[in-house]
Design a protein around this ligand. Structure first.
Ligand SMILES: [Zn+2]
Ligand SMILES: [Zn+2]
Length: 227
C-alpha cells in the first residue's frame, strides 16, 4: 500500500486542532518539522492484525486509518521512537482515538478554512519554503508574522491564543505590539524587530540575514552586531 502524503491544509488542520503540540511527548512543536502520526499504524492496513485490533477496540470494521480520527501531530524523532515498538492495542490507544474522533469535525472545519484563506495558505507555503531553503526575506518574515497574528490566531485552540506561534526552527512569533514583532530564535533567545517594509539594512544580521535583536545580539545565530 502506498503511504499517505499529507497536504499543507491537512497538516495545518491537524497541527492547529491538537494544540500545536506533539501527541507523544506533549511538547510544543513547530509546523515545518511536524510529522503526522497514525495512532493505529498505517502499516496495518489490509492485514488480519488490523481486523483483530478494530474488534478489540470495538471500532467499525471500515474504520479508516487515514482519517482525522487516526491522525495526530508528532515530532519526527518521537514518531520514530514509537515505530520501533511493536504496536499493542492498549486501552490508552482507544482513549486517544476517542479524543481524536471528538475533534474530527473541528479538524475538518480548520482544513476547509485554511483552503478558503489564501493568506494562510501562502504564508504556510512560505514557511515550508523558508525551512527547506534556510532563507527568508525581510518582507516574507514580516508577512508571516502578520499572518500568524491575524489569520492563525482565531483558529488556535483556546489555551493557545496567547502562546508563541512556532512556524519553523528559528521562526517563532511570540507576539506583536503596535510597532514591533517579538520573535524568538532557535536557541530560545527573544528579540525584537520593528514593523515596516523598508527597514534599514542594519536590522538584518551580517551572518544569517533577516532576524530579531536582543540588544546587540542576533537571536538566530547569536552573533553580536559589532563583531
Ligand atoms: Zn514529541
Ligand atoms: Zn545572525
Amino acid at each position: 500500500m502506498k503511504k499517505k502524503t499529507f497536504s499543507r491544509a491537512e497538516r495545518y488542520a491537524v497541527w492547529t486542532a491538537h494544540g500545536e503540540r506533539c501527541w507523544l511527548c506533549r511538547k510544543p512543536m513547530n509546523y515545518a518539522e511536524m510529522h503526522i502520526d497514525h495512532i493505529i499504524p498505517e502499516a496495518l492496513v489490509g492485514t488480519e492484525e488490523l481486523k483483530s485490533v478494530l474488534e478489540t477496540f470495538k471500532l467499525p470494521p471500515d474504520f479508516d486509518l487515514n482519517s482525522w480520527s487516526n491522525w495526530m501531530p508528532a515530532h519526527g524523532p518521537c514518531n520514530v521512537d514509537k515505530k520501533e515498538h511493536v504496536f499493542e492495542p492498549a486501552p490508552i490507544i482507544l482513549k486517544y482515538i476517542a479524543a481524536a474522533r471528538v475533534k474530527s469535525n473541528e479538524v475538518q472545519r480548520l482544513h476547509d478554512r485554511f483552503l478558503a484563506n489564501r493568506k494562510l495558505d501562502v504564508a504556510f507555503a512560505q514557511v515550508i519554503q523558508a525551512y527547506e531553503d534556510k532563507n527568508l526575506s525581510s518582507d516574507q518574515l514580516m508577512e508571516l508574522a502578520k499572518v500568524a497574528a491575524h489569520e492563525h490566531t482565531p483558529n488556535r485552540a483556546a489555551d493557545m491564543k496567547d502562546q508563541p506561534v512556532l512556524l519553523a526552527p528559528g521562526i517563532t512569533v511570540l507576539r506583536e505590539n503596535t510597532d514591533q514583532f517579538i520573535l524568538q530564535g532557535p536557541s530560545g533567545m527573544v528579540g525584537v524587530r520593528p514593523k515596516g517594509d523598508r527597514l534599514h539594512s542594519s536590522w538584518d544580521c551580517p551572518s544569517c540575514g533577516v532576524t530579531g535583536w536582543s540588544g546587540a545580539r542576533c537571536i538566530r545565530c547569536g552573533q553580536f552586531s559589532d563583531d
